[in-house]
Design a protein around this ligand. Structure first.
Ligand code: ZN
Ligand code: ZN
Length: 416
C-alpha cells in the first residue's frame, strides 16, 4: 500500500519539528492578538467558485471535487480565506467591528507534486477583517516577518506592490491592453486567452518569449490614483520605520479582482526557482462577492508550512530543535507486587515527566531496553526494594545508583 500521490506522512522522528514550528506560530499569533479560527476541510465547491472564480486554475483544474451521496458537490478546500469569510458571515461574527484571526491547516490542490509543493499541503494564514488602516496591512506583513525571525530564518526578501482600487485599475488595464495587443502574436496561447479573460494574469506567465515582452509593460504604480498613491506611500514609510528590507515589484498582481492596494510576497533564495514562501494582500472586495449587502475591509496572507520546513532544513536550523526524551524507565522484577511501582509512575507523570515500563521481567533485559531507549534514569523495583519499601534509582549517564525510601522519593518527585 502506498500513500496517495502528493501526500506525505509525518513520522514520529520529525513530528517534533512540526510541533515546534506550530508552537512558534501560536506564540507569534498571540503577540499580534490574533485569535485562531478552524474551519472544515470539506466545503461546498460553490464556495470557491464564488470566492476565487471558476476560470482560475485552482478551481477549474486543481480542486479535489466529488459528489456526496445526496448529490451535493463538495471539495477539499484548496485555500483558507474563503472558508474563513464564509464562517464569519454564517456566524454573524462579521458584524464585529474588527476580527483579527489566524489559522493553520491542510489544503488540497491536484498540482504536479514537486519539492515544496504537495497535493496535501499546509498553510498558516492571517486575516484581519474590518480594519481599513494601512496599519493592518503592516501587521499582516510583520506577522510573517516575525515568524521567520523567530524561527531563525534570515535573508528573506519582501516584495511589495499596489494593485490600486477598482477605478485606477480600470485605467491601468486599458493601458496594459494597449501595450500588449501588438505583441500578442508573439505570445503563448495562455497569454492570448488571459488577454481576453483577465489581462492582469498575463504578468504571471513564465514562458521565455512572453517574459521578454512582459518585462517592459507599463507598471500599475504609475497609474495609481491619488488616494491609492498616498496609501502605497504610507505602507512603504511604515515598512521603513519598522526597518523591513523591501523591494517594490510591479509584477506582483495576484490576478484576482477582489484584491486592492497592498499586495506582497516573501521570497527566500534557498528555495530555488519556487522561491515564494508567503503571499498576501488587501481584499476589500471579497465579502461583497459573497453578499452584496456586506462590505468589509480585509487584509490577509498565507505562508507555506512545508516551505518553512524546507528552509529550516536547508539553513540547518532544525538541529537546534530538540525532541523530548525518556526521563525514567521503570524496571520491575518478576514476582513482585506492582502496586507501588504504579503509584510511582502515576506521580512521575503527574509531575510532567515521562516514564514507561514493559512490566515484570528479568532485570538485566529491562536495563538493556532502557539503554536502547535512551532513558536518563532507571528506577528498579526488585525483591529487596519490595521487602524494604524502597526504590533504586540508576543514573544512566554515569551508572551511579542510589536507594531511597519510596515515601521520600515520592515527596521529592511531588516537589518538582
Ligand atoms: Zn485608486
Ligand atoms: Zn505567456
Amino acid at each position: 500500500m502506498n500513500s496517495v500521490k502528493g501526500t506525505k506522512d509525518v513520522l514520529p522522528n520529525n513530528s517534533y519539528i512540526i510541533k515546534y514550528v506550530e508552537s512558534v506560530v501560536d506564540e507569534v499569533a498571540k503577540s499580534f492578538y490574533l485569535k485562531e479560527i478552524r474551519t472544515p476541510i470539506l466545503e461546498y465547491s460553490s464556495l470557491f467558485k464564488r470566492a476565487i472564480g471558476s476560470d482560475t486554475d485552482v478551481v477549474s483544474k486543481e480542486m479535489f471535487e466529488f459528489d456526496d451521496r445526496a448529490g451535493r458537490t463538495l471539495c477539499l478546500r484548496p485555500e483558507g480565506t474563503a472558508g474563513v469569510v464564509r464562517a464569519l458571515i454564517e456566524s454573524g461574527l462579521y458584524r464585529n467591528k474588527i476580527n483579527r484571526l489566524f489559522y493553520k491547516g491542510a489544503m488540497f490542490r491536484a498540482e504536479k507534486p514537486q519539492k515544496g509543493r504537495l497535493r496535501e499541503f499546509h498553510q498558516i494564514g492571517v486575516e484581519i477583517v474590518g480594519d481599513e488602516s494601512v496599519y493592518a496591512d503592516i501587521d499582516v506583513i510583520m506577522f510573517n516577518i516575525m515568524l521567520l525571525d523567530k524561527l531563525g530564518i534570515r535573508d528573506y526578501e519582501l516584495r511589495i506592490n499596489s494593485v490600486g482600487c477598482p477605478e485606477c485599475r480600470k485605467s491601468y488595464l486599458l493601458k496594459l491592453k494597449e501595450y500588449l495587443s501588438p505583441h500578442l502574436v508573439h505570445m503563448c496561447d495562455t497569454c492570448n486567452k488571459r488577454f481576453e479573460t483577465n489581462v492582469l494574469r498575463v504578468l504571471d506567465c513564465k514562458e521565455e518569449k512572453c517574459r521578454k515582452i512582459i518585462s517592459s509593460v507599463p507598471t500599475i504604480i504609475d497609474s495609481l490614483c491619488n488616494n491609492c498613491k498616498t496609501n502605497f506611500n504610507n505602507v512603504i514609510s511604515l515598512l521603513e520605520i519598522n526597518k523591513v528590507n523591501y523591494k517594490i515589484d510591479p509584477m506582483i498582481v495576484r490576478g484576482l479582482d477582489y484584491y486592492n492596494n497592498t499586495v506582497f510576497e516573501i521570497h527566500h533564495s534557498s528555495l530555488g526557482a519556487q522561491s515564494a514562501i508567503a503571499g498576501g494582500g488587501r481584499y476589500d472586495g471579497l465579502f461583497s462577492q459573497f453578499d452584496p449587502k456586506i462590505n468589509k475591509f480585509a487584509v490577509g496572507s498565507a505562508i507555506g508550512f512545508e516551505r518553512l520546513l524546507i528552509l529550516l532544513e536547508e539553513l540547518e536550523l532544525t538541529k537546534n530543535i530538540k525532541d523530548y526524551s525518556l526521563d525514567y524507565y521503570l524496571v520491575i522484577q518478576e514476582g513482585v507486587n506492582p502496586e507501588k511501582p504504579f503509584e510511582i509512575m502515576k506521580n512521575i507523570r503527574k509531575a510532567g515527566m515521562s516514564i514507561i515500563t514493559s512490566g515484570p521481567d528479568r532485570i538485566s533485559k529491562q536495563l538493556k531496553d532502557a539503554d536502547k531507549l535512551g532513558a536518563r534514569f532507571v528506577l528498579i523495583f526488585g525483591e529487596d526494594e519490595s521487602k524494604n519499601n524502597t526504590i533504586t534509582l540508576k543514573d544512566m549517564s554515569n551508572g551511579r545508583q542510589f536507594t531511597y525510601l519510596i515515601d521520600e522519593f515520592l515527596s521529592y518527585i511531588m516537589r518538582i
